[in-house]
Design a protein around this ligand. Structure first.
Ligand code: SF4
Length: 622
């Protein structure tokens, strides 16, 4: 389709961008994607753009968006991509063309100056931190928590911006307020960069309480991850931790038995709060006895009657507080009380909805040693995407390196309800066949073969002994990861290497360490299958321990496969297999990150060769 914007963007890329960049190489795949984005921006609609690694997809959508002059929201899954967009891509493009851009974060990322002023430390640790925060706040530019370098904060959640505890324009600090100043920047900016969680939360708010500014175009980068983010954000989560967190804000005891919290000066309410705490404590014990971890809850919920009863108890406490405690405190304390009560009320509301469930939603329990939760999420987020997201923008571009299986977008279209969208696949400009050496290891089958763990540990050690660069070992099971770690960590350290296990350090720190040398070995789960971008010898080998099929008993997976069965389909071929292939491609894509990268991929799951469906995994790669 002919597009004036596409021509303009192409000229800009070839002249302005190429002229300003050393070693710029024209990439046909980038030009093709840019043209498709330009058409969507100019003519409205939804574009699904799958772009292989190295396409330069951010420029492909940013250039036509910037030239269009439209207001744009770009949403990413990872902080890494958010940072790349803001500090590299947009910063560079703004030297060639005049436009404003801003990064948008969730409200709790910003310091609240009113809460900071009103904060009274309970102990030395808090006192020390509050002093540091006051000093930092006096010279901070954005008030963004990420810029606040102070070991692990113990008070941030009590001094960050919170909608329920905000006085808005009536606040004496309104003019200096970090959060509202950030919002002004978002309003003014042509391009606002947020993450999927904020985009999804924003899409659920009424028009008059939206956080993000209205925009004409939306780009969902790392679009493969939108489904999971909606499941996390758009459902219900009733947990012991959430409840304790809210109740402790109202009332808690310190190490010496003294009452703290916003109701600490209301002794007449101590008993009511404590009896609710006991009541809910018993409820969590019963929940733990009755349910397994990640158990789907069908039809009647065994603890439904109790949950409704406890929801009434919470509401009774809310009324009691409103009647007998409000108006007794200073304004700042009153606001904190109001915020905690609103959160308690929202918790009770969720408890009223959960026992009956909602049409098109799946409910399940999450039971771990210290965590007990009841969750509810839409089985498919398609209505949510259509009604809350797509309908809000003239143009939507959903992009990722993995949206299809060999060019078939069927699963992503069905999951996100994007029927009728335009689709484009542009291949990676890298010579992946020649840059990658693939080896398949046999005899590793954790379900059926004893000794598989030992065999996997041997494979890892053999690769590590080559000492030709960093290794990323991708697992699908925490248990297998931990046991393999146990079998190999000592030997890996003896080789003079630097093994790291997911969970021992923050993921970002592990990746930074990996980038700095060529001797790191990361054992990682889900979050390392995507978003990892380590170039050169720092990542030279990828070990895929198992084909990444979702666990069939996972509540959302089970609900989706049952839905397909009910409609006469084949859940394995229509859901499980394409889903696993898309994830496999994500994992595989961690290795080759530039035209110069070379490396080895070791696949420790022989099904990729022995099963008919296994061949589809290999076919999907090149
Ligand atoms: S306006 Fe709201 S967020 Fe800003 S300082 Fe005041 S209370 Fe805090």
């Amino acid at each position: 389709m002919d597009s004036g914007l596409a021509r303009e963007a192409s000229k800009f890329l070839k002249e302005a961008v190429a002229g300003a960049m050393d070693n710029y190489e024209l990439r046909p795949s980038q030009a093709e994607m840019m043209s498709a984005c330009a058409v969507t921006i100019e003519n409205s609609g939804v574009l699904m753009a799958e772009a292989g690694t190295g396409t330069g997809k951010t420029f492909a959508y940013l250039i036509p968006l910037i030239l269009s002059g439209k207001k744009v929201l770009v949403s990413t899954r990872t902080i890494n991509l958010q940072e790349q967009l803001v500090s590299k891509d947009l910063a560079f493009l703004s030297t060639l063309f005049e436009f404003d851009y801003a990064i948008a974060k969730g409200r709790s990322n910003y310091l609240c100056l009113r809460r900071l002023d009103a904060f009274r430390a309970d102990n030395d640790e808090e006192e020390l931190e509050i002093r540091g925060l006051v000093k930092w706040a006096s010279s901070a530019d954005s008030g963004d928590m990420e810029k606040y370098v102070f070991k692990k904060s113990v008070i941030w959640d009590r001094v960050c911006s919170d909608a329920d505890a905000c006085k808005g324009m009536k606040c004496a600090k309104f003019k200096q307020c970090f959060y509202f100043r950030a919002r002004q920047r978002w309003e003014k900016a042509n391009i606002v960069v947020a993450n999927h969680a904020l985009t999804v939360i924003n899409s659920m708010l009424m028009n008059d309480s939206k956080i993000l500014p209205a925009a004409e175009a939306l780009v969902i980068d790392e679009g493969h991850a939108l489904d999971n983010v909606i499941s996390d954000q758009a459902g219900i989560n009733i947990s012991n931790r959430g409840f304790d967190y809210i109740l402790n804000k109202l009332l808690r005891t310190d190490g010496k038995g003294a009452y703290k919290g916003v109701l600490s000066k209301s002794p007449h309410l101590y008993l009511a709060v404590e009896s609710l705490r006991t009541e809910m404590g018993l409820f969590w014990v019963m929940a733990k006895n009755e349910f397994r971890d990640r158990q789907t809850i069908r039809s009647a919920f065994k603890l439904g009657g109790l949950m409704i009863k406890h929801s009434a108890s919470i509401n009774a406490l809310v009324s009691n507080i409103r009647e007998s405690a409000t108006g007794l405190f200073k304004e700042d304390e009153e606001l904190e009380l109001k915020a905690a009560v609103l959160k308690l009320k929202a918790f009770a509301d969720s408890m009223e909805v959960f026992p009956e469930g909602r049409e098109g939603n799946v409910r399940w329990s999450e039971i771990e040693e210290k965590k007990i939760a009841f969750r509810m999420s839409p089985v498919y987020p398609r209505e949510f995407v259509r009604d809350n997201i797509v309908s809000e923008y003239e143009s939507v571009i959903l992009t990722s390196a993995t949206l299809s299986v060999a060019g078939d977008f069927g699963l992503t279209v069905k999951t996100l309800g994007l029927e009728g969208s335009q689709k484009i696949t542009v291949a990676s400009p890298f010579d992946l066949r020649n840059q990658t050496e693939i080896e398949i290891k046999k005899g590793i089958d954790f379900k059926n073969n004893d000794g598989s763990l030992e065999r996997l540990a041997e494979v890892i050690l053999a690769e590590a002994s080559r000492k030709d660069g960093g290794i990323l070992v991708l697992f699908t099971s925490r248990d297998v990861m931990n046991r393999t770690w146990g079998l190999s960590v000592e030997a890996l350290s003896d080789l003079g290497l630097n093994p790291m296990l997911q969970g021992e350090l923050p993921n970002r720190m592990m990746l930074e360490i990996m980038r700095e040398g060529r001797d790191s070995i990361i054992f990682g789960l889900d979050s390392f299958w995507e978003g990892v971008d380590v170039q050169g010898d720092s990542l030279k080998c990828l070990i895929i321990t198992k084909l990444p099929f979702e666990v069939p008993t996972e509540p959302i997976t089970m609900a989706r496969t049952e839905d397909i069965e009910r409609n006469g389909g084949n859940p394995f071929y229509e859901y499980s297999l394409p889903r696993a292939i898309i994830k496999f491609r994500q994992g595989f894509g961690r290795l080759i990150r530039s035209g110069e990268d070379t490396g080895r991929v070791i696949i420790c799951d022989e099904r990729i060769e022995t099963k008919a469906y296994g061949k589809k995994f290999m076919k999907s790669l090149f």
